[in-house]
Design a binder for this molecule. Sequence first.
Ligand SMILES: Nc1ncnc2c1ncn2[C@@H]1O[C@H](COP(=O)(O)OP(=O)(O)O)[C@@H](O)[C@H]1O
Ligand SMILES: O=P(O)(O)O[C@H]1O[C@H](CO)[C@@H](O[C@H]2O[C@H](CO)[C@@H](O)[C@H](O)[C@H]2O)[C@H](O)[C@H]1O
Length: 479
Amino acid sequence: MVPAHRSRDDREAGAVTDVDPAFTDFLAQSRWFGGKGRDFEVTRAEEIGRVPGPPDVVVVLAEVDYGSGETESYQLPLALYDEEQPHIDRALVGRWPAGDGRFAYDAVHDRVAMAAYLRAFGDAPSTGAAGNELTFVRLPGHELDLDAAASPFSGEQSNSSVFFGEDCVLKIFRKVTPGENPDVTTHRVLTESGSTHIAHLYGWVESPLVEVRGAPATSLETTHLAMLQQFLRTASDGWEIALASVRDLFAEADLHAAEVGGDFASEAARLGEALAEIHGQLRDAFGTDTVDAGFVADQMAARLAAAIEVVPGLAEHADGARTAFGALAGLGEIPVQRVHGDLHLGQTLRTVLGWKVVDFEGEPAKPLAERLLPDSPWRDVAGMTRSFDYAPHAVAASLPEDDPDVRHQRATRAGEWARRNRRAFLASYCGEAGFGATDRTLLTAYVVDKAVYECVYEARNRPTWLPIPLEGVARLVAG
Ligand SMILES: Nc1ncnc2c1ncn2[C@@H]1O[C@H](COP(=O)(O)OP(=O)(O)O)[C@@H](O)[C@H]1O
Ligand SMILES: O=P(O)(O)O[C@H]1O[C@H](CO)[C@@H](O[C@H]2O[C@H](CO)[C@@H](O)[C@H](O)[C@H]2O)[C@H](O)[C@H]1O
């Protein structure tokens, strides 16, 4: 399906217009906008497709320029109206076209516009409308409930999801990079493998009109814009369940993690089983390869050097981190495969039918080309390991405490909780093969690398949480 390069002159649709200055304010206050806190300008807005209405929905790519040549593209699906729509006034983006154009609302918050998306999937495979090439693709096997009412997901997100009753979820990718999105391609393979640990893929939206700038010429590449998936009923967020377990532990000052009612270890073990199964299916479908561990270690060292620029406090732990990367470098060739890439408890959902893993897009900060590369499965194990460390320390940080004895007691219990769940997860992930010395070297390096990434993530997104990964790095390099 992807990619399909075309030259700029081949383009049949795609109108570039003046940009309504209101777009800048809209982006700046959107949770999913990755440039918050930085100076930027929306330099270009281009219509790349339409969804058959009513209402008219245009899909616009807004180009954000941070100065010094750095740009990003964000997707704005705009529902257009001649009159103002007071019931969705908080979703007003501006005018399209700029100036005296129609009122343009973020379509995600407009039930009627989202119903138009669902209808287009009902008609799939189809193109969005005459004169443009937005394509809706649907996989066989599920009868969509075309009457289901749309409601936007209200939680923290890098993209925007809309639930259609209890039937399906549409995720509209916000930061758009030309080419295939691993969330779509990985879900497709796991769906076709019959995985019971994911939300099945029902379809996606793609456009051949996304521009790839570069030498020798600018070209166009078919690009995934949105993904339609099974709605997971009875789903509880793994992160929330873990936090509840930690709170139980902290409430019982004299008890150990194994003794409190909310013990999480059996769930951690089930998560380990689920990940092992997913990795096996990804190996079968995408194959495996090997990569020079020295190359991986060099990348980790480079990421550390860049992270120190953002979080200077990392510098005092750099020698310890480099020791872990050096041990990795000594391993020669290591196996790699398609992985999740950014696994943490917030990407897991507990349903009555077991654990499900969502969001196979990889780390949002990484360029797409890097996210598509095969990686070590220990990357995902490390992500969960870090999450087992985050949960107790996030709860501890939310309970300010002056008494040093209580603080010390909580820190001890936090460490116990993290170790207990990490061990349970690892034991069932490794199964009969066990956890050998090479595995330990790999996991240690990947865990340190993940914690370094988290320091930058927190510094940029949630500065008050920075001590959680920073203290995590300190503990890791101290042994
Ligand atoms: N198929 C689904 N069914 C029900 N809830 C889901 C489903 N997929 C995701 N969610 C919920 O939406 C949240 C955000 O989804 P996610 O794929 O992680 O989005 P993003 O890429 O924007 O981070 C998840 O943490 C989960 O709570
Ligand atoms: O879910 P995303 O793909 O947007 O991932 C990013 O945000 C995550 C936070 O929402 C971040 O995860 C970090 O915080 C979690 C607790 O909120 C914790 O469980 C994770 O272990 C920790 O890495 C993730 O790193 C980032 O890429």
